[in-house]
Unconditional design. Structure first.
Length: 216
């Protein structure tokens, strides 16, 4: 014997199933697929979220509120983070064996590992990176420098191209201002909702978070 279920009943059943799925979305999800990284995303039942990631020298975090939108989730970081930035500082007076370039934190400590490119009036640019005590132009290189670009590679802090005024001699000084370095602004990122999983799309890659705990 065939049993015909009214269309209205099927619609109500589907809506009930979707509601239960939405009810079970809050929980704790952990990053999967990368043994070198540890990440966690917590969706609370009150609409708040917490995110953290540790990957080598990279340490990320964020918190705010989450919104369910059909088959995706939107995370809104609160407050909106202020990105880190490079700031040009006055040049240091020239001295014997002084650095050509020096990058520091606001507390005056030198920053190692900042990648940079220096362009010259002639020839190819120099591509190198800083040490805590700065970087020195090879003594046999007497070309006239015209511009410089800097990149902090761990958090992806990129400077504009700064022109170099050779009328002023001395060390080129920059301050790396952290602001909210490490706080992820999730605005515009897509998070797909799958059974027991959340997939975060970042740039050209994705991060797979698998549910481990129920309501929080």
């Amino acid at each position: 014997m065939r049993i015909f279920v009214p269309t209205l009943a099927l619609a109500l059943l589907a809506a009930s199933t979707q509601a239960r799925a939405a009810d079970h979305l809050p929980g704790r999800y952990r990053l999967q697929g990368d043994h070198d990284a540890a990440g966690e995303l917590l969706l609370r039942a009150d609409g708040r979220f917490e995110y953290s990631l540790a990957y080598g020298a990279l340490d990320e975090h964020a918190e705010g509120h989450w919104i369910r939108r059909d088959k995706v989730v939107a995370l809104v970081t609160e407050p909106k983070p202020v990105p880190p930035e490079f700031q040009l500082a006055p040049r240091s007076p020239p001295a014997a064996d002084s650095a050509t370039l020096h990058v520091i934190w606001p507390n005056g400590q030198g920053v190692a590992g900042v990648d940079f490119r220096i362009g010259f009036e002639t020839g190819d640019p120099i591509v190198a990176y800083t040490q805590e005590d700065g970087w020195r132009l090879p003594p046999d290189d007497h070309r006239v420098a015209r511009w410089i670009e800097l990149v902090e590679p761990i958090y992806g802090v990129v400077s504009p191209r700064y022109p170099i005024d050779n009328a002023t001699s001395g060390t080129l000084n920059f301050v790396l201002v952290p602001n909210d370095m490490g706080t992820v602004d999730f605005s515009g990122m897509v998070i797909d909702v799958l059974p027991g999983e959340l997939i975060i799309h970042r740039g050209t890659g994705l991060m797979r978070f698998v549910r481990t705990v129920g309501h929080e």
